[in-house]
Write a protein that binds this ligand. Structure first.
Ligand SMILES: Cc1cc2nc3c(=O)[nH]c(=O)nc-3n(C[C@H](O)[C@H](O)[C@H](O)COP(=O)(O)OP(=O)(O)OC[C@H]3O[C@@H](n4cnc5c(N)ncnc54)[C@H](O)[C@@H]3O)c2cc1C
Length: 646
């Protein structure tokens, strides 16, 4: 073994040390790699100080990191050539460059983009989304920003990248397509993370099984892509997919965020079956029946290429504890394959619209919906949309009003009359052969006819009603991007989603509507929203549309959602999903029994990801290698509003 060279040391001032009851003034001696205090101190104190000064890598590797050695955001400062807009926390230019060289060796030149300038932040449209930052930002545009985006070519690349990120202790944020607009898009929670673009190369439909009615997909498969595949292969007469309002997102990405669609298979997570996941340390896991090897699998190929068990996509739970849930809205694994059940073509379909004329009809409509939905007479995930949501799909605000104040009830009534809509509009569908549909329709029609003035339409009755025509496609799993139009209600339209869960009860629906409308109007916004009816609850989706180029509006939108989260928590309402900037606040509201669930989540996080490299901060869960208090974004914080650069 060679003797290490003795590095030069220098004295860097003095410091008062308070430890174990002693106070000592000691010189700081600078060694090349760490600071150590001079030899004036006792053995006990020396030990303690070593702990204070040891670098975060060894602390995290030993699983004993604390806020003192936690990762800090890099200060905005002079940048060196080749630096990204924002370096990963605790990483300097040289280290970053070294990392990039190593990651280039894994994925090749064409799959690495370093985000060096604001020109990388110029994308503004869902149709061509940014893979780098949040296009619909409420904090500074360059706050939630990646330092580089890396696109793995296959599962082994993902594993190698996870190992490399562990080695360098660089945070990594996976996304599939990056169309998670209203919730942060492709942007990472920690500025300067590596964006892991899972969809760019890994976009194969690995299997469509007609007998079992399922597909096995990679992250880059979009709803549109899966639908097109069925059409192209003449399979749509057998199988349908379920789609959210917009078809450009990832089937896998949307499902693991627990997104929703509108056919009978609208609860996407309920309809997933079997995952393949790369854990933060690079280990590859198959969940459910996938853990049982296929006896015919080729043992000579890497595990991710081995055929799966024949029941992997047929039975969700497998044996032992059910793991899948911990990989949703999660920072515990990168999902590389997912099974999704497809709906058998029901043999007949009819969509419909029921309009309710008065604002107060919401109460009775929801009371009617509950027994019908639980009894499955309402077969799909229907929605009751406020008229302004439909109006916004059919035109921008200027088309209806020149006022810059929130629209009044009289103005909203005028808009409803003009569009031949109600104040609330219920979009549902009937599935099955004609006799089944007719029987269902009799019940549906008789039930809603109890609301005075309710009107019933099929798409052919209203060819000019753009929304009904769009819903006709969506409710039978035909993707489109037409609903995108409501984002342009205001010039430079952007939006945040406020998405609380509501009981399917008239009282709850009205209370949520009144609160969210009142708060929206207090801050100058129109209420635009919809209740999406699940099996036993409703996702109340409030679309906070703002002008992204208007700083005051951005700040008001942010303030509105902060306020609503607090208001809602006081009334026992919680959100099902949220934007990056609100994750800490919402996580803080799920605090039953002294935050027991958060403690559980943190324990699992630290066990599976001791260095805290995978999506730190996602959904408010901070690994112990981060100082949660310093990183969390709470109402009133200025954190992030100034961006990451000077
Ligand atoms: C007009 C409009 C209507 C919308 N309607 C709906 C709707 O009806 N239903 C709905 O659900 N949403 C809706 N959205 C929101 C959004 O567009 C969709 O949810 C979209 O599918 C999410 O984007 P994505 O699929 O590209 O996900 P991504 O952006 O790829 O992923 C979202 C997040 O999931 C995680 N993730 C993704 N992939 C992986 C992976 N492989 N491993 C680990 N973690 C991963 C990451 O945290 C990522 O940030 C709507 C948006 C707009 C603008």
């Amino acid at each position: 073994m060679s003797t290490p060279a003795i590095a030069p040391v220098s004295i860097h001032g003095q410091v008062d040390v308070h430890k174990y009851g002693d106070t000592l003034r000691v010189p700081i001696i600078h060694f090349p790699s760490f600071h150590l205090l001079g030899p004036l101190i006792s053995g006990n104190m020396l030990e303690a100080l070593k702990n204070l000064t040891k670098d975060s890598s060894s602390a995290a590797a030993n699983g004993d990191s604390s806020p003192k050695d936690a990762r800090k955001a890099n200060e905005a400062g002079p940048r060196k050539a080749g630096d990204p807009l924002c370096l990963p926390p605790g990483i300097d230019s040289e280290k970053f460059k070294e990392f990039i060289d190593r990651v280039l060796d894994i994925v090749g030149q064409t799959n690495v983009t370093v985000i060096t300038g604001t020109e990388n932040l110029d994308k503004e449209s869902y149709l061509d989304p940014s893979k780098v930052h949040d296009m619909f930002h409420v904090l500074a545009e360059d706050y939630f920003v990646s330092s580089a985006v890396v696109a793995p070519r296959n599962v082994q690349d993902v594993q190698a990248i996870m190992r490399l990120c562990n080695e360098f202790e660089i945070p990594v944020w996976p996304f599939s397509i990056g169309r998670n607009v209203g919730y942060g898009g492709a942007a990472p929670r920690v500025p300067g993370s590596i964006g892991l673009d899972m969809g760019r190369n890994m976009d194969k439909i690995l299997e469509v099984n007609v007998d079992g009615a399922y597909a096995l997909v990679e992250p880059g498969v979009t709803f549109q892509g899966l639908h097109d595949y069925l059409v192209k292969n003449n399979l749509r007469d057998k199988l349908w997919i379920d789609v959210p309002d917009l078809g450009g997102g990832s089937v896998l990405g949307n499902t693991i965020e627990r997104g929703v669609g509108y056919t009978p298979y609208g609860d996407h997570w309920m309809m997933h079956c079997g995952l393949e996941v790369v854990l933060p340390d690079g280990t590859l896991v198959r969940t459910g029946m996938g853990a049982l090897p296929d006896p015919d699998a080729d043992p000579n190929v890497p595990p991710d290429q081995q055929s799966g068990n024949k029941t992997w996509q047929l039975f969700n739970y497998g044996f032992g504890p059910y793991n899948d849930g911990i990989f949703t809205q999660s920072s515990l694994g990168v999902v590389v394959k997912m099974g999704i059940w497809l709906m058998a073509n029901p043999g007949g379909y009819q969509s419909y619209l029921i309009t309710f004329p008065r604002d107060e009809d919401l109460h009775q409509a929801v009371e009617i919906i509950r027994p019908l939905r639980i009894g499955m007479v309402l077969q799909n995930v229907p929605s009751i949309r406020h008229v302004l949501l439909d109006a916004a799909v059919m035109g921008d605000r200027k088309k209806y009003s020149n006022s810059d104040k929130p629209l009044t009830d009289t103005e909203i009534d005028e808009i409803a009359a003009k569009l031949n809509l109600g104040r609330w509009n219920f979009y549902g569908a009937l599935y099955g052969p004609a006799p089944i549909r007719e029987a269902m329709w009799q019940v549906v029609k008789a039930s809603f006819s109890k609301i005075p003035g309710a009107k019933f339409y099929f798409p052919e009755d209203m060819p000019e009603n753009k929304v009904l025509q769009i819903r006709d496609g969506t409710l039978q799993g035909i993707p489109s991007v037409d609903e995108l139009a409501w984002v342009d209600w205001l010039p430079n339209g952007a939006h945040l989603f406020f998405s609380p869960i509501a009981k399917v009860s008239g009282d709850d629906a009205v209370a949520q509507y009144e609160l969210t409308r009142r708060r929206s109007e207090e801050l100058g916004f129109d209420f635009i929203g919809t209740f999406v009816v699940g099996m036993r609850e409703m996702h109340h989706i409030v679309c906070i549309v703002f002008n992204r180029k208007d700083r005051q509006q951005r700040e008001n939108a942010h303030k509105l959602i902060h306020t609503l989260i607090d208001d809602a928590a006081k009334l026992g309402w919680g959100e099902y999903r949220t934007h990056l900037a609100l994750m800490d606040q919402i996580a803080g509201t799920y605090n039953f029994n002294d935050n027991a669930q958060m403690k559980l989540n943190e324990t699992i996080k630290n066990a599976l990801d001791p260095k805290g490299i995978l999506a730190p901060g996602k959904n408010g869960i901070w690994p112990s290698s981060y100082d949660k208090k310093a990183w969390s974004l709470q109402p009133g914080d200025r954190n992030g509003e100034q961006g990451t650069r000077s």
